[in-house]
Design a protein around this ligand. Structure first.
Ligand SMILES: O=P(O)(O)OC[C@H](O)CO
Ligand SMILES: [Mg+2]
Length: 304
C-alpha cells in the first residue's frame, strides 16, 4: 500500500521542470539507497512515468532525512565541480550582514528562512526574492537594493577567508589529477573581488563558470551553470553522473541534482536541516570529506 508521505519524500529529489523524472533507473537507485532493500517498492505517478513497486519498509521518510548513496554510484565519480560562495570562500556572512543592515531601515529582521531562498542565486534573482519576501518592494526595487548593498560588499569581499578544508581538498584533487572547476552564481566583477587574495587555489581550476556567463540563462536551481561547467572539461562534455558537486546552498544542491550530478552539501549549521534531504551526503566541513568514499584518490595526510 503506497504511503503518501513516503512518495512526497522521494518526489523531493526531482524537479519536474527539468524532466529528471524521466529517468526511472535514477529514481529506482535512490529508492533502493533510501530503503536499503532491493525488494522495497513504490507506486510513483507522474505525467511522464508510472512505476509500481511495493514498499516493504515503513521507515523510508526517516531514512531519507539522512540520505545515503550506493557504493556503485560513488565509484563513478571522475570530475569535481565546486560552488564558490560559502563553500570555498567565506563570503555568505557578508551578504547576511549587508542584508541585515538594509532590512533594519525598514524595521524588519533578516532570518535564515529568507537567507535559504536567496543564497546561491544570481544577484538580480536573489534581490527580487529579498524585496518581495520582505514586503518592501514598493519602497525599494530589486535594482536599487543591489546598488545600495554594492558599496558595502565591495569593501568586504577582498577580506574573505577560505573555508576550512577548501585549500587542502582543492590542492589534493589537483595534485592527484582529478579535473576540477568552479560553478558560481557570482558575476565576474564580484568574482574578481572575492578571489583577489586566493589566486593560488583558483588557478588550480580547469575552468570557472560564473553567473553572468552567456550559457547560464537562469541561476540555481536551474542546472544551467553546472551543465555549462560539465561541457568545458578537457575532452568535451562529461557525463553528469560522473561528476561530484560540492555546494552549501539549497538552490545549488537542487541545481546539481537537476543536472543529474551527485552532491555533497556543506551547509551553514543555521540552515534548516530539511534542506539537507536532497543532497547525497551532508558534511559539517570540507575537512570531513573522504575522497575514497567516491572512488577518488585518498588523502595521504590527516585533516587539520
Ligand atoms: O554560492 P555561489 O558561489 O553560487 O554564489 C552565489 C551568490 O553570489 C552568493 O549567494
Ligand atoms: Mg554557495
Amino acid at each position: 500500500m503506497p504511503c503518501k508521505l513516503q512518495l512526497d519524500s522521494i518526489r523531493c529529489f526531482f524537479d519536474m521542470k527539468y524532466n529528471i523524472i524521466s529517468k526511472p533507473k535514477q529514481i529506482l537507485g535512490l529508492i533502493v539507497c533510501a530503503t536499503q532493500t532491493p525488494r522495497s517498492s513504490v507506486r510513483f505517478y507522474s505525467s511522464k512515468i508510472q512505476l509500481q513497486y511495493q514498499f516493504r519498509s515503513a521507515s523510508v521518510s526517516a531514512k531519507m532525512a539522512t540520505p545515503t548513496v550506493c557504493d556503485s554510484e560513488k565509484k563513478l565519480i571522475t570530475h569535481v565541480i565546486f560552488d564558490m560562495d560559502g563553500l570555498l570562500i567565506d563570503t555568505e556572512k557578508f551578504y547576511t550582514e549587508v542584508q541585515e543592515i538594509i532590512l533594519s531601515r525598514f524595521n524588519k529582521t533578516f532570518d535564515w528562512s529568507l537567507k535559504a531562498k536567496m543564497m546561491g542565486k544570481k544577484a538580480i534573482e536573489a534581490a527580487r526574492v529579498f524585496v518581495e519576501e520582505t514586503g518592501i518592494s514598493d519602497s525599494l526595487t530589486a535594482e536599487d537594493f543591489l546598488v545600495e548593498r554594492e558599496a558595502m560588499l565591495q569593501k568586504m569581499f577582498p577580506t574573505c577567508d577560505l573555508m576550512p578544508g577548501a585549500s587542502r581538498l582543492v590542492k589534493h584533487l589537483h595534485a592527484t589529477g582529478v579535473p576540477i572547476c568552479v560553478a558560481t552564481g557570482s558575476h565576474k566583477r564580484h568574482f574578481e573581488l572575492k578571489t583577489q587574495n586566493h589566486g593560488e587555489i583558483f588557478s588550480l581550476m580547469h575552468h570557472i563558470v560564473m553567473g553572468d556567463d552567456p550559457e547560464v540563462k537562469q541561476g540555481k536551481p536551474s542546472p544551467d551553470v553546472f551543465l555549462a561547467a560539465a561541457r568545458r572539461f578537457e575532452g568535451g562534455s562529461v557525463d553528469p553522473s560522473k561528476i561530484l558537486v560540492f555546494e552549501d546552498a539549497p538552490s545549488g544542491v537542487l541545481a546539481a541534482k537537476n543536472a543529474g550530478m551527485s552532491v555533497v552539501m556543506v551547509p551553514d549549521p543555521r540552515l534548516d536541516s530539511s534542506f539537507h534531504e536532497t543532497a547525497d551526503k551532508v558534511l559539517s566541513s570540507l575537512l570531513d570529506f573522504n575522497p575514497a568514499d567516491w572512488g577518488l584518490p585518498p588523502f595521504t595526510d590527516s585533516a587539520t
